[in-house]
Design a protein around this ligand. Structure first.
Ligand SMILES: [Zn+2]
Length: 418
């Protein structure tokens, strides 16, 4: 991708109103565009990050046997009346039709997935089964805030599993917990598993996955030495107390919730009258668990966790491009021609080898402007070709997080970045 061809160019100044780092940087770099409070368009650069995240999620969930489906955002009111949640969920968007009917815009999908799975599960041989989707969800938030962290329209991955026994549910719950940690780690996030209440949602227990950052909205009591952590809402320990697992001091910290998992028991399978025949020929109600990851929120959480005063710092696996190539032609026509020719050849070579390169090919921007854009957009690696770098024998090579750069021969570039 060349800068000159990119429709959605970054802005030189930060947006006037932004209540969070992720909104400020994502909007200024033109990764997203705010359409109204809590509703965003995803632009080419932001969508590349989003797609990388969802591909990681797909790979990891497919690997634990979950099957991808896609359910509707527009849902029948009747199903929400069956679960009693039509009037109970205050953030439910209710959509009136010209036919006098009403629909829900789904903030979650138990009302659809439970009868859906029920229509295919008849015998113990059909269990366990797990389905997931990557979908757009809606919440009628009174206050949409914190950029893409809390929107009225947002992306979610929701996984639902169905089991014949509590032991099997708990086994799979643990498998998903470990898989989630792997997903977040691949996204460059160090997520803490936090014990939380299930609220009205669940029968027994739930866990949240929290990224500890001052930008977080949730209060967590966490151990400074081990993985012990509780949401403040249910915390049985106070700030400064000894950790029940390792004895180190507990601290009060802020977290961004990027995932949550619930044991739902038979709460939904009973009301939708799901049943399977067990090995003895008896009719039984399957148990159910649900597992969420906020996909668009994850993009914001990564920015909150990985930025500096110059811009975003994308972890390698989710960066929109691996390389930000900068050509600085200079004033001399012969030198300029050589720089452009060299940059073009390197761009083609790397692309040919499957490396994702973004080339700032502008001829009307200064080196300073190009470096500022490169820091703002935050690709992991910056390569600079200029008369000076060519004179010194090649290409200037700098990691986004490094404070100094080095010159490497042109012929070595592909090996260094692959
Ligand atoms: Zn501890």
């Amino acid at each position: 991708m060349k800068y000159s061809r990119l429709l959605t160019k970054p802005s030189k100044t930060a947006p006037a109103e932004s209540d969070s780092i992720n909104a400020k940087l994502l909007i200024q770099a033109a990764f997203v565009r705010q359409e109204m409070a809590g509703v965003y368009s995803w632009l080419p650069m932001g969508l590349r990050v989003f797609n990388k995240i969802t591909n990681i999620i797909r790979e990891e969930l497919d690997a634990i046997g979950a099957q991808e489906i896609l359910m509707p955002a527009l849902q029948p009111k009747e199903n929400w009346e069956i679960t009693g949640r039509w009037d109970k969920v205050d953030v439910l968007f209710k959509v009136p039709s010209q036919t006098d009917r009403e629909y829900a815009l789904g903030p979650t999908h138990e009302e659809i997935v439970t009868p859906l799975v029920g229509s295919f599960v008849h015998s113990y041989k059909d269990l366990p089964v797990a389905v997931y989707q990557i979908q757009t969800k809606y919440r009628d938030e009174l206050r949409a805030k914190s950029g893409v962290l809390r929107g009225r329209e947002f992306g979610m991955k929701d996984l639902y599993s169905f089991h014949a026994s509590q032991e099997d549910l708990e086994r799979y719950y643990e498998v998903v917990k470990q898989t989630y940690l792997k997903i977040f780690s691949r996204c460059g996030l160090d997520a803490k598993v936090v014990e939380a209440s299930g609220g009205s949602f669940t029968k027994k227990f739930s866990h949240e996955f929290q990224v500890i950052t001052p930008a977080g909205e949730d209060d967590i009591i966490a151990c400074s030495a081990c993985s012990f952590a509780q949401n403040r809402e249910i915390a049985t320990y106070q700030d400064g107390a000894d950790c029940p697992s390792c004895g180190a001091k507990l601290q009060s910290v802020k977290g961004i919730e990027i995932g949550n998992i619930f044991d739902l028991g038979t709460k939904f399978t009973e009301v939708f009258k799901l049943a399977y025949t067990d090995e003895q020929g008896e009719r039984k109600t399957p148990l159910m668990a649900c597992f969420g990851i906020g996909t668009t929120r994850l993009v914001g959480a990564i920015v909150e966790a990985h930025h500096d005063d110059k811009g975003m710092v994308w972890p390698k696996e989710v960066a929109p491009f691996s390389i930000h190539l900068v050509s600085i032609a200079g004033k001399d026509a012969t030198e300029a021609a050589r720089v452009i020719e060299t940059a073009n050849a390197l761009y083609d070579e790397l692309k040919g080898k499957g490396v994702e390169v973004f080339w700032d090919d502008r001829d009307d921007a200064s080196a300073g402007e190009k470096f500022a854009v490169s820091d703002l957009m935050g690709m992991p690696l910056r390569l600079v070709i200029s008369p000076k770098s060519l004179e010194q024998g090649g290409v200037e090579f700098k990691e986004r997080t490094a404070t100094s750069q080095e010159i490497i021969p042109l012929a070595d570039v592909a090996d260094r970045v692959l």
